[in-house]
Design a protein around this ligand. Structure first.
Ligand SMILES: [Ca+2]
Ligand SMILES: [Ca+2]
Ligand SMILES: [Ca+2]
Length: 388
């Protein structure tokens, strides 16, 4: 059903993106309180159910006195268009993974959406991630093959080969066990600096892109190893990792990078385990122009980029000449269990208005008048019965 929602203030109820961990065969009690700047009492509504497992209301005796059993009535939707109002006064419920389902090796058990109502209006919905204990949002361990990774920027001959010349190795070397490997195919030396100006990189498959807001505050980790190459002659200013967000900044696109020189990525050959925080302190904005400098980014920009991730590259062209580099165990790990309220963006940029829509972030450096006009009348799918 489609309604036009009129926003009189920016003080609608807020629910953060959340995540919880459930073990196979276990159950997890989760609480979904919302926030309201006006202090109104809130009710919490579920907009969907997770893809796997079941959710239950807390049993009344447990909810009131803490005596087990915890499990009350199973939560089921009367109809798809009708959200489900959570009964517990403290917005708690129980999630139980399916007993017949094995733990996912990557990704969550499931994701569902919820929203708060302050007696006047619904706020924006946010996602709840139900992780397995590994908390992997996306991962490639290459146990079953090269997992659709490719190589780019490695010259014309490599570009014509399958996967850009990337090879899959069923071998073990230090911490790499069944991994992908590629080698410099074409050096493009700058006559002055001797740097190779076309630096080859591993390109992650599409599962590393998408809505990964829950990874904010988490980690990007991988094992990398050099099998050949002269690491005494390194390229300068190598972008170690590049994260793309095609929709960021009014769809003009941004790419955020971690430089190889930075303390978070100090690889000088051999083998290394790299752990990069998915946090604004670790990433820089690529200025898109060689005469401008890399800039620090804000918390809101980091969250926005993770919410709209459109690509991930790991550069392997470390040396000025030829090198052979292996990659294994690439993992994007979720951050803390609660992420990203509107306040956190406002704090990081107190003078700049931000828009929060659903589970996606937009950090917009635009005049406040434009933000307000865009908020005043806005179409959106809205829970039934709440037309204003
Ligand atoms: Ca492996
Ligand atoms: Ca190169
Ligand atoms: Ca090279």
């Amino acid at each position: 059903m489609k309604f036009v929602k009129i926003y009189s203030t920016l003080a609608g109820p807020i629910v953060p993106i959340r995540s919880f961990v459930a073990e196979a065969g276990g159950e997890v009690e989760i609480a979904l309180p919302g926030y309201d700047l006006d202090g109104n009492d809130l009710s919490i509504w579920l907009m969907s159910l997770p893809q796997h497992g079941a959710m239950y209301e807390l049993a009344p005796t447990y909810a009131q006195y803490g005596y087990e059993p915890k499990q009350g009535n199973r939560i089921e939707f009367a109809s798809r268009s009708q959200p489900y109002r959570l009964q517990d006064a403290r917005a708690r419920l129980l999630y139980v993974p399916s007993p017949d389902q094995t733990q996912p090796t990557e990704g969550p058990w499931g994701v569902f959406k919820y929203v708060a109502h302050d007696g006047f209006e619904f706020g924006d919905a946010a996602s709840v991630w139900l992780h397995a204990p590994h908390k992997r949002v996306a991962a490639s361990d290459f146990d079953a093959g090269s997992d659709n990774w490719t190589v780019i920027n490695n010259g014309k001959a490599a570009a014509l080969q399958p996967y850009g010349g990337l090879k899959y190795q069923r071998l073990t070397w230090r911490d790499l066990m069944w991994y992908i490997v590629a080698a410099e195919d074409e050096v493009h030396s700058d006559p002055n600096t001797l740097d190779d100006h076309e630096k080859w990189a591993f390109v992650a498959p599409t599962k590393f892109s998408g809505q990964h807001t829950i990874a904010y505050g988490g980690h990007l980790r991988f094992n990398i190893a050099a099998f050949a190459g002269d690491f005494n002659e390194l390229n300068s200013n190598v972008v170690a990792v590049r994260l793309f967000c095609a929709n960021c900044t009014f769809n003009t696109g941004e790419s955020f990078v971690v430089l190889q020189e930075s303390v978070h990525f100090d690889f000088r050959g051999g083998a290394a385990y790299i752990d990069i925080p998915l946090h604004e302190s670790a990433w820089l904005r690529d200025p898109k122009s060689s005469i401008e400098e890399y800039e620090h980014i804000t918390q809101c920009e980091m969250i926005e980029a993770l919410a709209h991730m459109s690509g991930l590259q790991i550069t392997a062209d470390f040396t000025q000449k030829y090198e052979s580099i292996g990659l294994d165990n690439v993992e994007m790990i979720a951050g803390p269990s609660k992420c990203c309220s509107l306040n956190s963006c406002q704090k990081s940029h107190p003078t700049v208005p931000f828009v929060y829509r659903g589970a996606s972030w937009m950090c917009r450096r635009v005049p406040r008048s434009r933000i307000l006009s865009s908020l005043l009348t806005r179409d959106q799918d809205f829970p039934a019965g709440e037309a204003l």
